[in-house]
Design a protein around this ligand. Structure first.
Ligand SMILES: [Cu+2]
Length: 160
């Protein structure tokens, strides 16, 4: 009787709890030390191959942390870029990682650091929430949803 109860009810409950724990863990654990604010994706005309995401990352921890990779299901590839002035001309430079020093915050913004979203597999509409997966140097992965917004400041080049 007990065994039947165990296999029939208890185990699925355990499995469910475990799944919930994992789901919560993906978001809850890093939130203690990493705070993401103002996530947004730049609205682009239909048919545009690329866009960019911006956000602010605050490191509430006592040691430096780095954003090492970003991913999104809406595009073929996602890279970390910075806009750097070279010979009087702005150009995008691929960043292998972006360090957020302990206690500090780093802003990804138009004309500066941005998350380059390349090879869009769909048109993004204003207000749509774009899932972004942020991988950090401590192995933590943070999932955020960034709304598609019209670019407010038009600085630098198209994607910056
Ligand atoms: Cu770029």
């Amino acid at each position: 009787m007990f065994r039947k109860w165990l296999s029939g009810v208890y185990l699925p409950v355990m499995a469910f709890t475990y799944v919930m724990f994992l789901a919560a863990g993906a978001n809850a654990a890093p939130v203690e030390n990493i705070q993401i604010t103002e996530p947004r994706v730049r609205a682009m005309p239909p048919g545009s191959p690329n866009t960019a995401a911006y956000l602010t990352i605050k490191n509430l921890g006592k040691s430096d942390i780095a954003l090492v990779k970003a991913d999104s299901p809406v595009a073929e590839s996602v890279m970390l870029h910075d806009n750097v002035k070279k010979n009087g001309k702005m150009s995008m430079v691929h960043q292998h990682s972006v360090t957020i020093p302990a206690g500090k915050r780093v802003k990804f913004k138009p004309g500066g650091l941005h998350i380059m979203i390349m090879g869009l597999n769909k048109n993004l509409t204003i207000g749509e929430m774009v899932p972004l997966e942020l991988h950090f140097s401590n192995g933590k992965v943070l999932n955020v949803k960034a709304p598609v917004k019209k670019q407010v400041t038009e600085k630098g080049n198209l994607s910056g």
